[in-house]
Design a protein around this ligand. Sequence first.
Ligand code: SAJ
Length: 454
Amino acid sequence: MRKRGSFPQETACYSGIGMGGATTLLLERLNNRSATVGVIGLGYVGLPLLVEFAKAGFSAFGFDVDGAKVERIGRGESDIPDVATEELAAAVDAGRLVATSDFQKLAEVDTVNICVPTPLRKTKDPDLSFVAAATESVSAHLHPGQLIILESTTYPGTTEEVVQPLLERSGLKVGQDFFLAFSPERVDPGNSEWRTANIPKVVGGVDSASTEVAAALYRQIVKTVVPVSSTRVAEMVKLLENTFRAVNIGLVNELALMCRDLEVNVWEVIDAAKTKPFGFMPFYPGPGLGGHCIPIDPFYLSWKARQNGFESRFIELAGHINGRMPRYVLERVSDALNTVGKPLKGAAIHLFGVAYKANVGDVRESPALDLSQLLQERGAKLSYSDPYVASLELGQVHLEAIEPSATFDQEFDCAVITTPHASFDYDEIVRRSPLIVDTRNALRGRTDLHIVRL
Ligand code: SAJ
C-alpha cells in the first residue's frame, strides 16, 4: 500500500557506478519515465511544469514552503489560472503528483527543477535569497546521480558561482557525483497559444553530461529543446530576451514624448511602421513598465555587468525613461483637466484597469499604482474599475474596484485608460466619460474631442 505522499518505486542507486554509469542510468530512467522528478516553487512557472511531468507519466513531487498552497494542490485545486484544476486533479488522483512541504523527500527524486522568485531589492540589486534557500534544501538531501536545474531568471554566473558551491557543501562534486544545469523559464501568464509544452526550452549544463541529461528530461515534455554550451549562455539568453523588450519599450516611450512636441500621432506612426515585413517589430508606448519580469530582469544583467566594471547604459536609460512614464501621464491628465478649466487638486479621476497588462490580474510593478500614488499626492480623488483586481492598497488608502455596471453612477472629471482589458465597454466609456486620457490607444480610430492620447 503506497504511503500517502510517496511513490511506489524505489529511488535508483547511482553510487559506485561513476558519472558515465550515472548518465546512462539517469537517461534510461528519463526516457522510460521511471524517474521521480521534483519541482521546487509551485507558482506560475513550477506548477505548470510539475503537471506536464505528471501528464508525461513521471512520479512528480512538488515542493513549496507555502503549506496552504500544498494543501490546495494536494486536493487537486489549482491556484494558477494557466493550470486547469481538472488537469491537476487528474494527476493527483492518478497518484502521479504529490505536493509537499517536506523537503526531506528531495532525497527520493532523480531530478530537481528550482522555480523560485528572483526579485530585486529596493537598491535594485538582485535578491537571490529564495534561490539560496531552495538550493540549501536540495544540498541537504543531495545524492549521487541527481540532476539539479535552476529555472529562475538570473544573471550569468549564478548557477556556477552561487548554486554550485551551495550544492557542493554536501561533499558531492558536480561533474563527478551530480549534474547541474540552467534553463530559463519562458512562461507567459495568460498566453493560451504559447504554453509550457510548446515554448522552446533553452538549456545549458556545467558540463556536457549535465546538458545531455537536462535536455533529455525536457524532451519528455517539451516539443523543442535548445541545448547551449554552458549555464552562462542559458542565463544570458533570458536576460537578452527581456532586456530587448525593456529597451524597445523605452525607445517607443521616448518617441511618444517626441511625437507630442512634434504634434505627430505616435500610434499612427507605429501602425504604419509595422507594415514593414522585415527588420521591424512593433512596441507601444504606455503608462510605464509593469510585471515581475521586464522591469526586473534587465537590472540583474546591469548589476552583473557593473561588478565587472561595465556600465550598461541602454538598460539604465530605458529604466529611466520607462520609470518616468507615470509622471508623464500625470502631466497629460493635468493638462487635459486644464482644457476644461479644472485643477488636478480635488478632481475625481477614474482609472480603467490597474493590472500591469491587459487581461491579467497581476498588479506587481504596475504603472497604474505609480500613477495612482502621484495623483493622490496632488489631491485628486481616485476610483478604479478592473475586473481582475477586486481591491488595491495604495499606501494608507484602501480602494475597492467599482463594478463596471456602477462605474457611471458616480461623477468623475476624467477617466484614464491605464490597462486595456478586453472586457471593458469602450463605447460606453467614450459616451459617458466627460474627459478621457487613453494611455494605451484602446480607443484607436476614435476622434472625439474629449479623448486625449499619449
Ligand atoms: N508594455 C508596453 N509596451 C509594449 C509591450 C509591453 O508598455 O509594447 C508594457 C506592458 O504593459 C507591461 C510591461 O511592459 O506593463 C511588460 O509587458 P510584457 O508584454 O513584456 O509582458 P510580461 O511582463 O508578462 O512579459 C512576459 C515575458 N515572459 C517571460 O519572461 C517568460 C516576456 O519575455 C514575454 O515576451 C511577454 O511575457 C509576452 O510576450 O507576453
